[in-house]
Write a protein that binds this ligand. Structure first.
Ligand SMILES: [Zn+2]
Length: 220
């Protein structure tokens, strides 16, 4: 099976996102790029029943290579993002080798309220700064894909207006983790904004935290 490891990784990621409450039913979609191939979730299959063989493999131009089922309706978005952010793996956050798109509740609520997720918490540094909300466009269209590409410039996350969230990363674990953190920050923002006017962090502090986060965690 072509890209067997990537397709199995996608199945595990979908179950993790469902268990974390970020996706309901068949909403959302996940992809991984390997060279000029993209493994992407099929349309309308419940994640509890998804098998690695159901995950389709397409070329970067969308041509199916090994895809037993119709791909996600957001395939144009995935392909446009890979086309724009080349997955160079140099760790500067502008590459995309994996994409996670969900309709998680808090992120979708913010996407319907605001033009951006402001710097309410230092975690926005992991997305490259405040998270833009792309203008609304009908799902599955090239217009939505183009709006997402623009909103992702210099960022590892964006919100799609009145729709949901997109996170990217050099690998699928990173893209998934960013989806979980984005949902958390959106939830904090909604609660704080409901109770009053939240204080926001200045851009130079977000830059300082972004630099600090690159050395955070366990080092071998
Ligand atoms: Zn969607």
């Amino acid at each position: 099976m072509l890209l067997e490891r990537e397709r199995e990784e996608i199945v595990r990621a979908c179950r993790k996102l469902a268990a974390a409450g970020l996706v309901v039913g068949t909403a959302g979609n996940v992809s991984v790029r390997a060279g000029d191939l993209v493994a992407v979730t099929p349309s309308g299959v419940d994640y509890a029943e998804l098998a690695a063989g159901d995950v389709g493999v397409h070329r970067l131009d969308g041509t199916p290579v090994e895809a037993p089922l119709a791909p996600t309706s957001e395939l144009p978005l995935h392909l446009a993002v890979y086309g724009a952010y080349d997955g160079d793996g140099d760790g500067d956050g502008d590459g995309a080798a994996a994409i996670v798109h969900t309709h998680s509740v808090a992120a979708t609520a913010v996407s319907a309220l605001a033009d951006e997720l402001p710097a309410i918490h230092y975690y926005v540094a992991m997305f490259g700064g405040t998270v833009r909300v792309a203008p609304y466009a009908t799902y599955g269209t090239d217009e939505l894909a183009s709006n997402a590409v623009q909103a992702l410039r210099g960022r590892t996350a964006c919100l799609l207006g009145s729709h949901g969230a997109v996170t990217i990363g050099p690998d699928l674990k990173t893209a998934c983790d960013r989806g979980l953190y984005l949902e958390w920050v959106c939830d904090v923002y909604l609660r704080a904004a409901a109770a009053g006017t939240p204080r926001l962090l200045p851009p130079d502090e977000i830059e300082a935290v972004a630099a600090k986060l690159t050395s955070y965690g366990q080092r071998p």
